[in-house]
Design a protein around this ligand. Structure first.
Ligand SMILES: Cc1cc2nc3c(=O)[nH]c(=O)nc-3n(C[C@H](O)[C@H](O)[C@H](O)COP(=O)(O)OP(=O)(O)OC[C@H]3O[C@@H](n4cnc5c(N)ncnc54)[C@H](O)[C@@H]3O)c2cc1C
Length: 385
């Protein structure tokens, strides 16, 4: 019988929901707290690669996800006018899981929340942790409403601004503003958009991800002033200006933007926390431990993998808890560091295209190497974890 019988999960994003459902399905009593008063997830869409889909399969929700989202097995690199440079067939997936399935964030969260509720997790909304006292044999918690409780393990999947990370390492390791930002908006899907697309521009990149038969989301990545958030500003006008150099459906979407458009802007703030990702009986995963440039669409996928591996290692009660949490950290670090490095390099390379001459050089290089490069990454990410 495991020595971990009662777990507190902090944060109800993809990582927290996956951890809570996976622990509870293994017979652990789980309390999940979420700071927001409702699961009204902001954001647009998420591409979920085969490695994430396998974890959702273990929670019994794969069919629901595939029935809701848009599955695809290719990505395309284009020039700013959507002239094809490279078509890449992903080397991921198998007979059961496609290479990718993308869906709206809200729909993915609702599906995972269903798994959490069916597994018997106690979900408490509008609540945070006020104090953590790590005793040797348990962790004592005081919640923001003044209530106290005691757990065998506290699992922090509380995102990029994690207070659980602050508890572990203070401000020694924090996300760093990269000077780049991502703009996103949902739009009708043209029939021709059948996979992930990147349009390499000069000084920026634009792309699309299909989310269903009817909709896709458009994204745009470019240098932005560190600290800019554009909230309350004329986002539609600013986004339109930024999309002006692009043709094809991008130009049509740009023309349709107005004050009512649901535009989301996020700075890109990479973080790779050195392991170990725990102290005593408090452990973190997901964006609390690592955030990446979005190019491999692996952020939520790595959060789900962290959750899955954490539960497996923690409930394998063969060695003391500290050794199991160390094993979790050591297993997760190299894989997440790979995504961090590969995505960061991709961001850097694409944003280094600053002139028409650079674009021609990039076109030639991408034609020659991009598919092999992405294929090598696919093979790594498709490996068993
Ligand atoms: C532009 C962009 C595009 C992306 N596209 C993709 C993609 O296509 N595919 C993909 O896999 N990933 C993608 N990502 C990354 C992905 O969004 C994140 O990696 C993922 O959401 C992380 O999940 P998480 O559960 O660790 O954290 P989060 O999703 O941030 O969840 C953390 C939760 O904890 C809650 N919380 C925070 N603090 C507390 C507290 N103190 N107490 C209680 N609750 C708290 C928050 O309210 C939140 O609900 C993208 C990211 C960006 C910026």
């Amino acid at each position: 019988m495991s020595d971990i019988r009662r777990v507190l999960v902090v944060g109800g994003g993809v990582g927290g929901l996956t951890a809570a459902a996976t622990f509870a399905r293994r017979g652990v009593e789980v309390v999940l707290i979420e700071r927001r008063p409702a699961f009204d997830i902001p954001g647009v869409g998420l591409g979920q690669p085969a490695n994430a889909l396998r974890i959702y399969d273990s929670l019994g929700v794969l069919d629901e996800i595939l029935g809701t989202g848009f599955s695809y097995d290719r990505m395309y690199l284009f020039d700013p006018n959507r002239r094809l440079i490279v078509e890449h067939k992903f080397l991921m997936g198998d007979r059961r899981v496609p290479a990718f399935c993308a869906l709206s964030r809200l729909e993915l969260h609702e599906i995972l929340l269903g798994a959490v509720e069916r597994a018997g997790v106690q979900v408490r909304l509008g609540m945070t942790v006020a104090q953590i006292h790590d005793e040797k044999d348990r962790v004592e918690v005081q919640f923001s409403n003044g209530q106290r409780d005691s757990f065998d393990l506290l699992v922090g999947f509380d995102g990029i601004r994690s207070t659980t990370r602050l508890h572990l390492v203070g401000t020694a390791f924090a996300p760093r503003l990269s000077g780049y930002g991502a703009w996103r908006v949902q739009a009708p899907r043209p029939e021709s958009v059948r996979g992930m697309e990147f349009l390499q521009g000069i000084g920026s990149k634009t792309g699309a991800m299909p989310l269903s038969n009817d909709i896709m989301y458009l994204f745009h990545i470019r240098p932005e002033a560190p600290g800019a958030d554009f909230a309350g500003q004329d986002q539609a006008r600013l986004f339109k200006e930024r999309l002006a150099p692009y043709g094809s459906y991008v130009a049509e979407i740009a023309a349709s933007l107005n004050a009512g458009s649901d535009i989301v802007y996020s700075p890109i703030e990479p973080l790779m926390l050195p392991w170990p990702w725990f102290r005593g009986r408090v452990v973190i995963g997901g964006d609390a431990a690592h955030t990446f440039a979005p190019h491999l669409t692996q952020g939520a996928a790595m959060a789900a993998e962290d959750a899955f591996v954490l539960v497996r290692e923690v409930l394998e009660a063969d060695v003391p808890l500290e050794a199991r949490l160390m094993r979790y950290s050591m297993k997760r670090y190299p894989r997440c560091a790979f995504v961090y490095t590969f995505s960061g390099q991709w961001l850097h390379d694409e944003q280094s295209v600053r002139s028409a001459e650079d674009l021609e050089v990039a076109r030639a290089e991408l034609t020659l190497n991009a598919s092999a490069r992405i294929g090598a990454s696919d093979r790594i990410l498709d490996e068993a974890i």
